[in-house]
Ligand binder design. Structure first.
Ligand code: NDP
Length: 244
């Protein structure tokens, strides 16, 4: 059975173990979506799936591992009938000065933020095309304005923006593509920064964050629930007091 034959559509969310991804699941589920929660931290997505109930499944998956994503897509097909929505949300923001000391961080950001989204989409595309679907890509304000110290993170998000626009043109009208570009949102994103001085500064900014992941999730749900003849292609949002 194709998922589109079932009454409730299926949303696959990468990076569903925390922050915006977990909030998106908590917003979409009561809006009538079944959800496949993908992340590496199985304990977190399992307890979220349990919290949500029937039609929510947890699948341990690393977006840098194509074989794991293929296995995840097979489970989504077998257990939920296939994906109608893919939310490419998994990401890391390993900010710091541009130097050879940070080269593992650069590779990691490109592998997760850019290649992860591209590979997950490639793997799920047939399911999304079957009956019409949606792709939501989490970019950032950093996909629109680069700043000193965020070069490779910005490169991944600028990459997401260009790729999304190309996909939009290629896949219309059957698959809608929506780009979400948030400013500072109160999540654990800065806690993984390896460059100590940068982490402390960025963490202070995040400690004062006013925009909550639930607010971004609400925007994602709004975009997805528009009638199929209409697509919201791009949403740039910031805390009201964020300058850049
Ligand atoms: P979080 O750190 O809370 O969430 C990031 C998620 O990505 C986690 O669930 C994590 O799960 C997952 N993830 C990281 N690496 C991998 C991997 N290799 N494979 C699979 N999943 C992975 O941060 P946010 O919720 O803030 O971030 C979500 C998205 O929003 C990111 O793309 C980020 O760039 C973007 N964004 C966030 C902003 C903010 O200010 N918070 C602003 C602009 C954009 P796990 O570790 O369990 O695998």
């Amino acid at each position: 059975m194709s998922s589109s034959e079932h009454s409730s559509p299926v949303a696959v969310i990468t990076g569903a173990s925390s922050g915006i991804g977990a909030a998106a699941a908590r917003s979409l589920y009561p809006a009538g979506y079944r959800v496949a929660l993908l992340a590496r931290r199985l304990d977190r997505i399992t307890s979220l799936a349990d919290e949500l109930g029937d039609g929510a499944i947890a699948i341990e998956a690393d977006v840098t591992d194509r074989d794991g994503l293929v296995a995840a897509a097979e489970r989504v097909k077998a257990e939920l009938g296939g994906a109608d929505v893919l939310i490419n949300n998994a990401g890391v923001m390993l900010l710091g000065p541009f130097s050879a000391d940070q080269r593992d961080d650069y590779r990691n950001m490109i592998q997760v933020n850019l290649m992860g989204a591209i590979t997950t989409t490639e793997v799920f595309l047939d399911q999304l095309k079957d009956g019409g679907g949606d792709i939501v890509n989490l970019s950032s304000v950093a996909g629109r304005t680069a700043r000193s110290g965020n070069g490779v993170y910005a490169a991944t998000k600028w990459g997401i923006n260009g790729w999304s626009e190309s996909l939009r043109q290629e896949l219309l009208p059957d698959v809608r593509v929506t780009l979400i570009e948030p400013g500072v949102v109160d999540t654990e994103l800065p806690t993984h920064i390896t460059h100590e001085g940068t982490r402390e500064g960025v963490q202070k900014m995040y400690d004062a964050a006013t925009v909550k992941p639930e607010e971004v999730a609400e925007i994602i749900t709004f975009a997805l629930t528009r009638p199929r003849h209409l697509v919201i292609n791009e949403i740039l949002l910031r805390p009201a007091d964020q300058l850049g």
